[in-house]
Write a protein that binds this ligand. Structure first.
Ligand code: GLU
Length: 484
């Protein structure tokens, strides 16, 4: 298969269920998904769960949920490596039979000691091919004695080159690739054998993954060749770094994709943001919908330098994507948050929907995270007359209480309770009293919302409605009096 693909490509994401879906794996999944969808191919999932000690079956579902949340719908059935052990065994034996593989009877202790000695003398640890030199009789004797053996692949002399979609042509001397173990003494496959066998059997044409896999690629190419398989096209994308330039990692406290969801990041923003870490649209535009990204995705636009994960930037992408949503879409996104926070009851949900939609539209310009709808808008649903203490110290006084009381009276008398009439009422009252409009605006905002930031005061008051606003103003007047 050449590149660009001449036939619909088949790509995959192959997470190991040793933890939740990490942002790095999420991004690799996005690149593969875009590649498949752009070229009309298939995007597959393989769960790499052969490492019993490191894999946790309970992690599979959260990983799949996070992929779904990102919008990465996959094709075909998921392949689980743990159900394919017999297949790997078959191919490991094939390597043995064809002479590309050989039995290695060395004990882990012996290999460990040799490895340590090599490191102590500052040499790259590499298997010394002791078992390759065994005669047929020696091998037979060991087998007869029931000695355990692993299977290694014999790397031929020469060099190995491949044309990486991201890094271009890369070459390694075969001397630098050791005769790696493909099957352990308990006949379980090593990672490199399982990946090659699966990618072949799944018909994978392009492998896009992190550049920490480049050294595995040379080993895998040797296995492909030894098994007589076509080698897929590889592309190794740069790693994601933290702002301190360390590799993003769970150990350093970096979050998994689901945590961002809980923090009010929406999937479209995460998708867009991760996509631009290591790939470029080659234009100044930064905000794209998933559909747009599928359309413009060009695999020759991967960057070769590492990308930095800047959380502030993710949040600003989130703000932009929230603004692309209709009020209706926002309402359905925030409703569960409000219900969970006890601000809306399940019973009143249906009847409150138009109101929730209006509130969503009103706050849309100000929110950066979905969760901001809660912190900036809970007073639209419930208000316990608690005021931001700093703002209270500034805005509430006997003088402002008097203004609030007058404003409440004026509002109460309004026949029409819309933006224009409320503004008109406030303006004329300020004129009558010979004060600036701000003398009404700030204390009123605090009195009806408890906070000092928010949408246009007139819109906010109109949406809250006359009875609520008047009641809150009067309560504030009483509250100020009680403190005087
Ligand atoms: N399971 C491997 C990982 O999580 C994937 C390797 C691959 O894509 O070939 O890094």
């Amino acid at each position: 298969m050449t590149f660009p693909p001449t036939a619909p490509p088949r790509v995959r994401i192959a997470p190991s269920p040793s933890g939740y879906l990490h942002v790095g794996t999420g991004r690799t999944a996005i690149f593969n998904y875009l590649f498949a969808r752009h070229f009309g191919g298939k995007f597959l999932i393989r769960i790499e769960d052969t490492d019993v000690e490191r894999s946790d079956p309970a992690m599979v579902e959260p990983i799949l949920n996070a992929l779904k949340w990102l919008g990465l719908e996959w094709d075909e059935d998921i392949v689980y490596q743990s159900s394919r052990l017999e297949t790997y065994k078959k191919f490991a034996n094939k390597l043995l039979e064809s002479g590309h593989g050989y039995r290695c009877f060395c004990s882990p202790a012996q290999l460990g000691a040799e490895r340590e000695a090599a490191m102590a003398s500052k040499q790259a640890p590499r298997y010394n091919r002791r078992c390759l030199k065994l005669t047929k009789d020696e091998i037979d004797a060991k087998l007869k004695a029931g000695e355990q053996f692993a299977i290694r692949i014999q790397i031929p002399p020469g060099e190995t080159s491949y044309d990486d979609m991201v890094a271009g042509v890369i070459t390694r001397q075969n001397d630098d690739i050791e005769d790696l173990v493909v099957a352990r003494s308990d006949s379980s496959p090593t990672y490199n054998l399982a990946v090659v066998v699966d990618d072949h059997e799944m018909g994978i044409t392009h492998v896009i993954r992190g550049n920490d896999h480049i050294s595995n690629t040379f080993k895998q190419i040797q296995i492909y060749r030894a098994l007589g398989f076509d080698v897929p096209r590889f592309g190794h994308v740069p790693l994601i770094l933290r702002p301190d330039k360390k590799k993003v990692s769970k150990r350093l406290g970096d979050k998994d994709v689901a945590e961002y969801r809980n923090e009010g990041i929406i999937p479209e923003a995460m998708f867009n943001f991760l996509c631009l870490l290591g790939w470029s649209p080659k234009s100044d535009q930064e905000i794209f919908t998933i559909t747009e990204l599928i359309k413009i995705f060009d695999p020759t636009h991967f960057n070769s330098s590492n990308a930095v994960f800047d959380e502030e930037k993710l949040v600003s992408f989130n703000k932009s994507h929230l603004q692309l949503k209709t009020d209706e879409e926002l309402a359905s996104l925030i409703t569960p948050l409000f219900v969970e926070a006890g601000l809306i009851s399940q019973a009143s949900l249906q009847s409150q929907l138009p109101y929730i939609k209006t509130v969503a539209g009103l706050l849309k310009e100000r929110v950066r995270r979905l969760t901001d709808f809660l912190s900036l808008g809970s007073y639209f649903f419930k208000f316990d007359c608690r005021y931001d203490p700093e703002a209270e110290a500034k805005q509430f006084s006997t003088a402002s209480a008097e203004l609030l009381s007058a404003f409440a009276e004026k509002l109460e008398a309004l026949p029409l309770f819309d933006h224009a009439s409320i503004e008109q009422a406030l303006t004329s009252l300020a004129e009558e009293r010979g004060v600036k409009k701000a003398a009404f605006i700030h204390p009123t905002r605090l009195a009806v919302s408890g906070i000092s930031v928010g949408p246009s005061l007139y819109d906010m008051i109109a949406v809250l409605g006359k009875p609520i606003v008047v009641e809150r103003l009067k309560k504030t007047v009483d509250y100020i009096a009680s403190k005087a």
